[in-house]
Write a protein that binds this ligand. Structure first.
Ligand code: F6R
Length: 242
């Protein structure tokens, strides 16, 4: 794995953009993530679109996950997040955007999602990481071989995400549809971004721990092309030199 350690969030976003830029070309398929970690990278992508005219007309995207039970127009749905933070600001076509559906026949939706990804393999999958080592919503204990599936969210994850739902007087949903670890591992390249001390344990597990379902991100040690872009705080438990 290639590891880039940055001074701050701004530098993470710029370094991650340098990696992503290679894939902002017609015909490419991007795997995207929500959460606070990739927002700066999305800002860089929007700036590049505005300043350099990089077009997304022939780019397809597949998002990692979506909460179960939230209508797409809910302010905290990942559909809304992606439109507000990226899609509304670039020239991507709506029909090229794919986000798992948290409504309707969930099992069938998950199966169809994996089929679409098999037909359009992801060139680069962007990931954040949970403080418990989850990627997508593959919580500790998730079998490595699962494809897209419905999962229960751990209390720690619901707590991490309560900051978005509390102001609405709502509870964090208890389930999500997520690409499985097997789906994520099929991507040709992986780009993981993380910042802050609360990610340090997860980053240690990802890079230096054993490959174990207790730290789902550790499976990335078995992937041939991973770039990890973090700040010093997230890297503070690392023992090796990068
Ligand atoms: C988001 C996702 C999650 C987040 C992770 C980190 O689509 O699948 O795995 O990447 O929870 O979230 P932030 O970046 O908000 O710390």
């Amino acid at each position: 794995m290639k590891v880039i350690i940055c001074k701050n969030y701004d530098e993470i976003s710029k370094e991650a953009f340098k990696v992503m830029k290679e894939y902002l070309k017609p015909g490419k398929v991007l795997g995207l993530a929500t959460g606070s970690s990739p927002v700066g990278l999305y800002k860089e992508m929007i700036k590049d679109y505005e300043e350099n005219g990089t077009s997304y007309k022939d780019i397809k995207t597949f998002n990692l996950d979506e909460y179960v039970g939230l209508p797409v127009d809910h302010s905290e749905s990942y559909y809304t997040f992606m439109h507000e933070n990226l899609f509304n600001h670039i020239d991507i076509k709506e029909e090229n955007i794919h986000i798992p559906s948290g409504l309707g026949d969930l099992e069938e939706g998950c199966r169809a999602y994996d089929q679409m990804i098999d037909e359009c393999p992801v060139d680069i999958q962007l990931l954040g990481i949970g403080s418990n080592g989850h990627i997508g919503f593959n919580e500790p204990g998730t079998p490595f071989e699962l494809g897209t599936h419905v999962t229960d969210l751990k209390e720690s994850t619901r707590k991490d995400n309560a900051r978005f739902f509390d102001p609405l007087g709502e509870e964090v949903p208890t389930q999500a549809c997520t690409m499985g670890l097997a789906t994520i591992m099929k991507a040709k390249n992986i780009l993981l971004v993380a910042n802050g001390e609360n990610k340090a344990k997860a980053i240690k597990g990802l890079l230096e721990g054993p490959v174990t379902i207790d730290c789902p991100a550790s499976i990335l040690q078995n992937h041939p092309s991973v770039t990890v872009v973090i700040d010093e705080a997230a890297g503070k438990l690392l023992e090796k030199e990068y």
